[in-house]
Design a protein around this ligand. Structure first.
Ligand code: PEP
Ligand code: MG
Length: 579
């Protein structure tokens, strides 16, 4: 029995046989060709590019109906890369100029492009580097007549656990299509396209399990625990029995949780709690309705801007918002204005061309970018306001750090409203405007922001990143991520107090709100609105239904007086275990 550890990027438990994809980059030969063979060699390269294009088309056709639209966009991105001169044509020039074989020319060009990407610090561009490498690999394999990847993934994979060096998003779609039980890769980060897709597709997945393809044998029995980030190879019998039992328990728990769908989230002592959902794309609304969330607490609108070559105009944005508003009835939809920048970039790029930054998370992001470029911001404000005529739409501003910024946003909203009124467009003139509290400066001065806003929503993902000075996307410092750090808890408490003093509601929409380890503590601290990924909502509801808010409040007060992080963690554990 061998246990390997990695980063769990998609929850779930799988038991099955390993299917090891040996697809490390093939050895690329280099040889010089006589001049008279160069035309043939260029043709060979062009044929390989055409075949790669055909493969991508086949992959696109195999995208299962109902799969998230990002999947097709990613396949399209690979198509675009293949069509780009830098990949589709430059190697042909190299073949002629250096009289080398096609594989070597393509590899040389791919390495040169990778070096350019390496000089860019932006994590999103690093993801693009992965896309380029995957396209280069695809063409290389065809040139080297390596096994056709599509054929390789088309065997009887149902119920198997795929182990690979790395997987492209296109591979991930195929894996889902073949109903694999889980996947594990040697490489990859939690924000890679593949990880995001795995979560969307609901396949348990682990990345960064170093050397998994070396240690795991084809056909070996495996257990994958996506939550704990663990793979167990050749598990002993009693471990399999234990995990099968856990699988049964998970199924039962899901069934039991489903029964709570229609119940109101009220504590035992009668405190009503709003459980809202976070969404990225309009289609996510189906899962929101499935768990009967109290509304959408965070609509991350920037996802509409990603994986595409152009930018959505006002009309397209309006239609997306309308789709969500119409499918949610009279429940609230909190639309967050664009949070582009840092790790969230568009293909075409919306940052000013001369904007080079060493710390993108501290740079021109979210409301800063919107205020810098009102040609980006105004169409969105218009679209949100127009959607507000059709339901309970509320607007939320991310990453506020100073009152001056807020004043500029509010002025812009007033300007847009008067334009719309002038044009005779319908909108809600009283639309609620809230602010995300995710920069420590905003939490510390929440009392100053409160009189100008209709609600707060605490974004713990960024609040923790900025308070503890840990880059969200840097694996090397993720061990420092701690929602229970006393400074984080103090900032949450300050925000709750500022909200209650000003009489405005305070919600939380960061990952902490959907993490059941913190539900009781947050209830005790006075949080009444939790917004989270819909898949975690019923579990949080179960805790709410079992809780006594007054009792939790007493416990939370005692806990917050503690300074020793260990004691705090132990205290929260005791709270969760009912002591
Ligand atoms: C947050 O920062 O907690 C948040 C909800 O926003 P995002 O994760 O989109 O930055
Ligand atoms: Mg944030």
């Amino acid at each position: 029995m061998l246990t390997l550890h990695g980063t769990g990027v998609s929850n779930g438990l799988a038991i099955g046989k390993a299917y090891v994809l040996h697809r490390e980059r093939p050895e690329v030969p280099e040889y010089v060709l006589p001049r008279e063979l160069l035309d043939d060699e260029v043709r060979r390269f062009e044929d390989a590019v055409t075949r790669a294009r055909d493969q991508l088309e086949r992959i696109r056709e195999h995208i299962p109906p109902g799969a998230p639209p990002e999947i097709a966009s990613i396949v399209d991105t690979h198509h675009l890369i293949l069509r780009d001169k830098l990949i589709g044509e430059a190697p042909a020039e190299l073949i002629r100029r250096q009289q080398v074989n096609a594989e070597w020319a393509l590899k040389t060009q791919g390495d040169a492009l990778a070096a350019v990407f390496d000089q860019m610090e932006d994590p999103y561009l690093r993801n693009r580097k992965v896309d380029v490498a995957q396209v280069v690999d695809r063409v290389l394999r065809i040139l080297l007549m390596a096994e056709d990847e599509h054929e390789q993934i088309s065997g009887a994979l149902e119920g198997q656990i795929v182990i690979a060096n790395d997987l492209s998003p296109a591979d991930t779609v195929l894996l889902k299509h073949h109903r694999v039980a889980a996947f594990v890769t040697n490489l990859g980060g939690p924000i890679s396209h593949t990880a995001i897709l795995a979560r969307n597709l609901g396949i348990p997945a682990l990345v960064a399990v170093h050397n998994a393809t070396r240690y795991v044998r084809d056909g070996e029995d495996l257990i994958v625990d996506g939550k704990l980030g663990v793979v167990i190879a050749s598990p002993e019998k009693h471990v399999v029995v234990e995990y099968r039992q856990r699988q049964k328990e998970i199924t039962l728990l899901k069934r039991e949780l489903a029964r709570l769908t229609e119940s109101r989230a009220v504590t035992r002592d009668g405190v009503e709690i709003a459980l809202l959902a976070n969404i990225e794309l309009p289609d996510d609304i189906k899962t929101v309705n499935k768990v009967a969330a109290s509304g959408v607490g965070l609509y991350r609108t920037e996802f509409l801007f990603m994986n595409r070559a152009d930018l959505p105009d006002e009309e397209e944005q309006f239609r997306s918002y309308l789709k969500v508003v119409k499918s949610i009835g009279d429940r609230p939809v909190i639309i967050r204005s664009l949070d582009l920048g840092a790790d969230k970039q568009t293909n075409g790029g919306v940052l000013p061309h001369n904007h080079v930054t060493a710390n993108p998370a501290l740079g021109l992001r979210a409301v800063r970018l919107c205020l810098h470029d009102t040609s980006l911001f105004k169409p969105q404000l218009r679209a949100i306001l127009r959607a507000s005529a059709y339901g309970d739409v509320r607007l939320m501003i991310p990453m506020l750090s100073s009152l001056d910024e807020l004043t500029r946003v509010l002025d812009l909203i007033t300007e847009v409203k008067s334009e719309l009124a002038h044009e005779g467009q319908r909108f809600n003139p009283e639309i609620a405007v809230g602010g995300m509290i995710e920069v420590p400066a905003a939490a510390i001065s929440a009392d100053l922001f409160a009189p100008h806003l209709d609600f707060f929503s605490i974004g713990t993902n960024d609040l923790i990143q900025y308070t503890l000075a840990i880059d969200r996307v840097d694996d090397a410092v993720s061990y420092l991520y701690d929602p229970l750090h006393p400074s984080v808890l103090r900032l949450i408490q300050m925000t709750l107090q500022a909200g209650s003093a000003a009489g405005i509601p305070v919600a939380m929409c960061g990952e902490m709100a959907g993490d059941t380890r913190y539900t009781r503590l947050l209830l005790g601290m006075g949080l009444r609105e939790f917004s989270m990924h819909p898949s975690g909502l019923l579990q949080v509801k179960k805790i709410v239904l079992e809780s006594d808010q007054a009792d939790l409040q007493v416990q939370a007060e005692a806990l917050l007086a503690l300074h020793d992080p260990r004691a705090l963690h132990d205290g929260v554990d005791r709270m969760n275990n009912g002591h």
